[in-house]
Structure formats: structure tokens, C-alpha cells
Design a protein around this ligand. Structure first.
Ligand SMILES: *[C@@H]1O[C@H](CO)[C@@H](O)[C@H](O)[C@H]1NC(C)=O
Ligand SMILES: *[C@@H]1O[C@H](CO)[C@@H](O)[C@H](O)[C@H]1NC(C)=O
Ligand SMILES: *[C@@H]1O[C@H](CO)[C@@H](O)[C@H](O)[C@H]1NC(C)=O
Ligand SMILES: *[C@@H]1O[C@H](CO)[C@@H](O)[C@H](O)[C@H]1NC(C)=O
Length: 272
């Protein structure tokens, strides 16, 4: 008598665990346009945009699990966590259909040093509710591994990437960048008032760059078809200048901190 009920229960469990399974770093569409071009819908299903209630769009970010977002510390420093919204925005800056949230809390890296040094420029935002990944529109980016030191391909993503003087772009843009030599970036930058350390990545490409409004947004590397968060946009001197590459916070330098601080109520998707 009890057996069918028991079997049904097992089946239900199996079904449930299947629907809960997720893999990070998926591109939800096959093809993207590259070269400072519009990102195609679904290409970066982890991208988020941060909007100040009063002044509007101010920074980007990346979803790393079902409830935590990574951004730059300078985006959040001193900002009241309730004074802005997080919009899960894939392609349009002002997407009326985008899910919008007020942060449950924010965590700025305890060693963050503000401008002009911008050290440990990394922060976390906790969403008020867990997202589900089975509607095929949202999916977290993979964290890199410790051994991902050099990158054969990099893509910066943001609503700010257009030209030096324009305001935010209505379309999510992507720009392929080339990693620059770490030693040379140390030489370039440590002569100035800024600091460039091993916790940074520097990258650019002649005429292509990240700029104001891209802060906190993702620097992605693609490995065997999956997207990994190599960096988050931190700072630069003169947008689009080859002489001064853009600087990104190196995510692999903060894996311990991220995994500890972004695990409350979190479900991490499997790395491929
Ligand atoms: C900011 O806007 C959100 C969404 O409209 C709202 O829920 C929140 O209370 C606002 N925050 C403040 C401080 O007014
Ligand atoms: C996944 O989608 C189904 C059907 O759309 C829904 O009932 C379920 O609650 C979703 N799972 C989660 C974890 O939200
Ligand atoms: C980076 O530049 C330094 C100094 O110019 C050089 O010694 C080193 O071999 C370069 N590294 C790479 C990976 O090209
Ligand atoms: C955040 O990370 C630091 C360093 O790894 C750790 O000491 C601290 O306990 C973490 N905080 C939380 C809330 O997990």
C-alpha cells in the first residue's frame, strides 16, 4: 500500500534536484557581436546595473551565485544600501521588464583604499531574494580559479563603453581587450600617484577601452565555451588611451574572501 507513495516521493526528489542543478558561465545564446559592439540578448546573463534613486545609473556588477553580486568598492563606498536599486539588465540600460531589487546588504572589502590609490576595489551586494536559474534568462558567471593568471582573451562589458564624453549607453556594449604586461603596468602606474599591484589586471586595445560608467562591471574571459569573471572594472586614466591601460580588480586574488562573504543563503552553480 505504501510502496507507490514512496516511489512517487523518490521521483519527486529526483525531479526537484534536477531542476535545481545549474552550471555557471553559460552563454544563453550562441553568437555574440564583438568589437565594441552591442551585446546580444542573453550573451551575458549575469550582468547587473546599479541605479541610484536620485542620480540614476552609476555602476555595473556581476551575479556570481543566486543571491550575491560583485561590484567595485568605489561604487558602494559610504553609499546607503537602500538608496539604489540593482537591475538585472542584459542588453538595455532602461529595460522595463528587468527585475529590480533593493539590496539586503552590501559588504565593501575591509582593506579597500579609496582614490587615488583604489586598492582592493571590490565589494559584494546581497539581493533580497534568491534568483532562480531555470527561466533561462539569468545565470551566474563562473569565478576564476587561482591558476587563471594570464588570459588569452578578455571582454569588458558595460553600459558606459561608448566614447569619452558621452553619458551611459542605452545598449549593453562589449569590447575585446588584450591583457598588458603586468610588469610594464607596474612601471607605468607606480610612477604616478596611483598604485598597481598583483591584485590588478591591466588591459586595453588601441581605440577601445572601458570608461566612466563601466566601473564595477565584468571583465570576462572565455574558456572552453564558458564565461569566467577575470576582473571587475576599477579605474583608468584617460579613456581609450593606449599608453594608460584600464585597470581591473583581479578576482582570483579574492577567492577566499568572496567565497566566505558571498555564501550566506547562496547556492553556487557548478563550475564546468
Ligand atoms: C529607492 O528606490 C527603491 C525602488 O523604488 C525603493 O524601494 C527604496 O525604498 C528607495 N530608497 C530610498 C532610500 O528612498
Ligand atoms: C523553476 O521553474 C518552475 C516552472 O517554471 C517553477 O515552478 C519553479 O519554482 C522554479 N524553480 C525555482 C527554484 O524557482
Ligand atoms: C613583461 O615585461 C617584462 C619587462 O619588460 C619582461 O621581462 C617580461 O618577460 C614580460 N612578460 C611577459 C609575459 O611578456
Ligand atoms: C569575510 O571574509 C573575511 C576574510 O576571509 C572573514 O574573516 C570574514 O569572517 C568574512 N565575513 C563573513 C560575514 O563571512
Amino acid at each position: 500500500m505504501n510502496l507507490p507513495v514512496f516511489t512517487a516521493f523518490i521521483l519527486l526528489c529526483v525531479d526537484f534536484s534536477k531542476s535545481e542543478e545549474c552550471v555557471c558561465g553559460k552563454e544563453l545564446i550562441g553568437k555574440r557581436i564583438i568589437g565594441g559592439q552591442r551585446a546580444k540578448s542573453g550573451a551575458f546573463p549575469f550582468n547587473v546595473a546599479l541605479f541610484d534613486n536620485e542620480t540614476g545609473y552609476f555602476c555595473g556588477g556581476s551575479l556570481i551565485n543566486n543571491i550575491w553580486v560583485i561590484t567595485a568598492a568605489h561604487c558602494l563606498d559610504e553609499r546607503d544600501p537602500k538608496s539604489f536599486t540593482i537591475s538585472i539588465s542584459f542588453t538595455k540600460l532602461h529595460d522595463p521588464n528587468a527585475k529590480k531589487f533593493v539590496a539586503e546588504k552590501t559588504i565593501v572589502h575591509p582593506d579597500y583604499v579609496p582614490a587615488p590609490k583604489f586598492l582592493h576595489d571590490i565589494a559584494l551586494i546581497k539581493l533580497p531574494e534568491a534568483l532562480s536559474f531555470n527561466d533561462s534568462k539569468v545565470n551566474p558567471v563562473c569565478l576564476p580559479t587561482k591558476s587563471m593568471i594570464h588570459f588569452s582573451n578578455l571582454i569588458a562589458i558595460g553600459f558606459g563603453i561608448t566614447s569619452r564624453f558621452s553619458s551611459a549607453s542605452e545598449n549593453l556594449m562589449e569590447v575585446p581587450l588584450i591583457e598588458r604586461n603586468q610588469t610594464e603596468c607596474k612601471i607605468i602606474y607606480n610612477k604616478l600617484y596611483v598604485r598597481f599591484t598583483d591584485e590588478h589586471i591591466c588591459a586595453n586595445q588601441e581605440g577601445k577601452d572601458v570608461c566612466n560608467g563601466d566601473s564595477g562591471g565584468p571583465l570576462i574571459t572565455k574558456l572552453r565555451g564558458h564565461l569566467y569573471l577575470a576582473g571587475c572594472t576599477s579605474w583608468g586614466i584617460l579613456c581609450g588611451s593606449y599608453q594608460y591601460p584600464s585597470v581591473f580588480t583581479r578576482i582570483s586574488s579574492y577567492l577566499g574572501w568572496i567565497e566566505k562573504n558571498a555564501s550566506e543563503d547562496a547556492k553556487w552553480c557548478k563550475s564546468p
